[in-house]
Design a binder for this molecule. Sequence first.
Ligand SMILES: Nc1ncnc2c1ncn2[C@@H]1O[C@H](COP(=O)(O)OP(=O)(O)O)[C@@H](O)[C@H]1O
Ligand code: SF4
Ligand SMILES: [Mg+2]
Length: 358
Amino acid sequence: MTEMTDRSASTATSGGPVIDARDLRIWYGTDRGPVKAVDGVSFTLRKGEILGLVGESGCGKSTLGRGLLGLLPEGAKMDGQLRFNGEDLLALPKKQMFAKRGAELGMIFQEPLTRLNPLMRISEHFEETLKAHEKRIGKAEIERRSMEVLRLMGIPPTRFRSYPHEFSGGMRQRLMIALSLVLRPSFVVADEPTTALDVLVEAQIIRILHDLRREFDTSLLLITHNLGIIAEACDRVAVMYAGEVVEIGDARDVFAEPQHPYTRELLRSTISLASTGLNFIPGAPPDLVDPPPGCHFHPRCPDAMNVCATTHPIQREMKNGSRTQCWAADLRNGYAQDLTPEQTTPLSREEISVADEA
Ligand SMILES: Nc1ncnc2c1ncn2[C@@H]1O[C@H](COP(=O)(O)OP(=O)(O)O)[C@@H](O)[C@H]1O
Ligand code: SF4
Ligand SMILES: [Mg+2]
């Protein structure tokens, strides 16, 4: 069992965390057995805090984001504990969860273009969104609220009655964000909001995220493959591998001193992608129907020891304040001192390659 809180929880100022997730598990039923896409994830998120979530494709990031909002597809199952402003979301009937979504819980999706109706003016999008959640809202209020978020997104008020096709891709992305924010949700999940967009748009998004916090005190889970955005926009970062959060901590600490080898390799591969493009983590994330025993990362880990192939590491607090589950990090931080020399012997390459083929 992992300890449930990380450092930020203890420094929360008022009223407890906005999100308190404990030992969340989400799995998809398939012919081959359950796909354990989220496997025992715990974290908290304070008011106005931005938590970045990184990890290679297929590690469970989108599943976690959707699960937090009750947006999982049919056939997906979820258990554990999930509190939103103290309220147990998993105990809520579907209907109440639906009412919360959008109003208090927002999602910024990966593909904005499919979500804007080409036949509707931007003003009509705002009207529809606001009326769906606030039935009695009047025209003047709709306009006032819409203008407020459009300004925040850097879209001129003169464009309020334009159609989606009259905007550039980057602007449409910002319109989508504006549509999520007009309801003033207190928690937003943004899943890869900058995929396939240029550097200029990325810079804008980072600015928007900062404004968002300042104006609305929104808490945000920002899922991105882009570690640069995390470094610039996030307070904390969580690194996900094979359905688990393997490291979580203050973004500056994690970037300066990554404790988990996966975090370290991820940082290394990103840095070199910008320069040579040659450095990447060999192998691929495992099949989540049947992940490797012990530490799920052991077949790919340059630091793997014998113990890693047999025994799952426990999440513990490291000297820099982050929480990590890794035997090697444990040894460096004064834990797991009872491991035998046999257990701490580097895992032989043969064992690694056998595990890799499995
Ligand atoms: N609807 C689904 N049915 C079955 N498996 C799914 C479904 N959606 C995602 N998965 C699987 O769950 C795992 C995690 O996927 P996902 O959450 O999309 O990861 P990420 O966002 O990190 O790329 C993957 O193995 C993926 O194949
Ligand atoms: S537990 Fe072992 S295999 Fe896993 S990341 Fe740490 S050193 Fe590598
Ligand atoms: Mg995804």
